[in-house]
Write a protein that binds this ligand. Structure first.
Ligand SMILES: Cc1ncc(COP(=O)(O)O)c(C=O)c1O
Length: 506
């Protein structure tokens, strides 16, 4: 038979074309639980084996090594699913970061709740798009219900609403689009003009805020950054900036506060920020306050931590990521709005083939409120998490994560080599390494070297950041299996690897 010489096709020559019926038979053979078993087992084995803390947290193969391993022509022929599972495991899973390992204390990504992990397969199997209600007849009302639970937690009434998002970045962008529509009602058609309003945020705001300003055409020049005091927005400085802006005749589109900031997990004083917004009310009313509670929103569930978000109900919009401290797998983000109709104005999109206004008394469709068109029903994972564990257990898990950060703070406070840099208000702690015998000028480089060496060792995984001008180590406890024994091992591991770092430095 002549080889396949169709342009653009790689791989070995095709000996016989596969018929549609044969292709269909292939996928039909994958529909049973038995067929799914090799793939599902990868997740189950990972969860059961890793949670005990056996084995390394990560490997340190370079991206090039892994890319070389993966380099292959586009597969042209089918393989049994069991073979694919084996290849997936041997080619890829050996080099993942094991977030379920209790020594992973790194980024703000969770060791996910198992019930939510299993639900992910259901979300995909049913594949209901959240664009419009007719595409997701059960899950659209479910999203409304879950949002109502969350807006009730904030303390809002029946006027509130929201949407699920891919995460905090999208939630904040959407909230700020709604804020823009309030001050510039024609911006969707006319743009923001030569003298756009300004956006005010704290020094420790996540880059989602400045990114939104760039995305929506305000420009970074129109982001006013307020300095922090003790890693939270300085309300005195905020008041000064707001009155200076008023004196210059500049309109403020929104003030963004943070509840659980990325670097230290510190909470802004939301009541004080809301007071400042109220004092600067203009003809549209108080300034729009958006709270980025992407990280710290789970504090709302906990009697012990709720005070940290006191004043949250005074916000006009709130971003909260269940995929962070509520321990959902990616992606599960939420935008909550005090007035649902504000969200309708964020996107003034016409799409008659999709959005049919006035068909329902209640506007069920989520598409008009969302940055996305086709969207996964991630809400199902959130619902299952509450159904399976209940809000009280989820609150207890959050409290446990935070308690571990406090424990580590206490442990480091008396350690000769480390200095905790703030009292943790959530599950994040930054601390400095004081390498014995090293010059102060070398500390930043040595700190980065220690972090890299420690992570490469497979003992554990932590992050680093720049805080008050200095490179520092940072942990975020995102796995409820991390206990005091692991924190002791972390300190021990850092000291041991640090000794090597100093030796190589000399
Ligand atoms: C305070 C804060 N806001 C927003 C984000 C962005 O969230 P996402 O990655 O879900 O878009 C983060 C992420 O770390 C964050 O810490």
């Amino acid at each position: 038979m002549a080889p396949d010489i169709r342009p653009g096709l790689s791989g070995p020559p095709i000996e016989a074309p596969i018929s549609g019926a044969d292709a269909l038979a292939l996928l039909e053979s994958d529909t049973t639980l038995e067929a799914a078993q090799p793939i599902l087992a990868l997740a189950a084995e990972y969860l059961t084996e890793t949670r005990s803390g056996e084995g390394p947290v990560s490997t340190w193969h370079s991206a090039e090594v892994i890319a070389d391993r993966l380099a292959a022509p586009l597969p042209r022929r089918a393989r049994p699913l069991a073979d694919v599972a084996r290849r997936l495991s041997s080619l890829l899973l050996q080099d993942v970061n094991r977030l379920a390992h209790p020594m992973y204390i790194g980024h703000q990504v969770s060791a996910p709740l198992p019930a939510a992990v299993w639900t992910d397969a259901v979300v995909s199997a049913f594949n209901q798009s959240m664009a419009v209600r007719e595409m997701s007849p059960s899950f659209t009302p479910l999203e409304h219900q879950v949002i109502e639970w969350m807006t009730d937690l904030v303390g809002w009434d029946a006027r509130a609403g929201g949407t699920m998002t891919s995460g905090g970045t999208e939630a904040t962008f959407t909230a700020l689009l709604a804020a823009r529509a309030r001050v510039l009602p024609n911006a969707w058609r006319d743009g923001v003009g030569a003298n756009p309003p300004v956006l005010v945020c704290g020094e420790h705001a996540h880059y989602a805020v400045s990114r939104a300003a760039g995305e929506m055409g305000l420009g970074l020049a129109n982001v006013v950054v307020v300095p922090s005091a003790d890693h939270r927005l300085s309300v005195a400085a905020l008041r000064e900036r707001l009155s200076a802006l008023r004196a210059e005749g500049r309109r403020v589109m929104a003030v963004v506060a943070t509840a659980g900031c990325t670097s230290t997990g510190t909470f802004d004083d939301l009541n004080a920020v809301a007071d400042a917004c109220d004092e600067c009310a203009d003809e549209l009313g108080p300034l729009w306050l958006h709270v980025d509670a992407a990280h710290g929103g789970a504090a709302m569930l906990s009697a012990a931590h709720k005070h940290r978000v006191a004043g949250l109900a005074r916000a006009r919009s709130v971003a909260w990521d269940p995929h962070k401290t509520l321990l959902l797998p990616l992606a599960a983000g939420l935008l909550l709005m005090r007035e649902e109709h504000d969200l309708e104005r964020a996107f003034a999109q016409q799409a008659p083939y999709l959005f049919n206004a006035n068909l329902d008394a209640k506007a069920w469709d989520m598409g008009p409120r969302s940055f996305q068109c086709s969207r996964r029903a991630d809400v199902l994972k959130v619902w299952v998490a509450f159904e399976r564990y209940g809000a009280d257990a989820l609150a207890a898990l959050y409290e446990r994560l935070c308690a571990m950060a406090v424990h580590l703070h206490g442990r480091l406070a008396t350690h000769a080599q480390f200095t905790p840099l703030h009292v943790p208000e959530s599950n994040i702690l930054c601390f400095a390494w004081n390498p014995p015998g090293a010059d102060a000028a070398d500390r930043d480089a040595l700190t980065d070297a220690l972090r890299e060496r420690y992570n490469r060792s497979g003992r554990g995984w932590i992050t680093a950041t720049t805080l008050d001008g200095r490179r520092v180590l940072r942990v975020t406890v995102m796995n409820p299996r991390t206990d005091v024994a692991q924190l002791a091992a972390l300190v021990e591991g850092l000291v041991a690897e640090g000794t090597q770092v100093i030796r190589h430095h000399r």
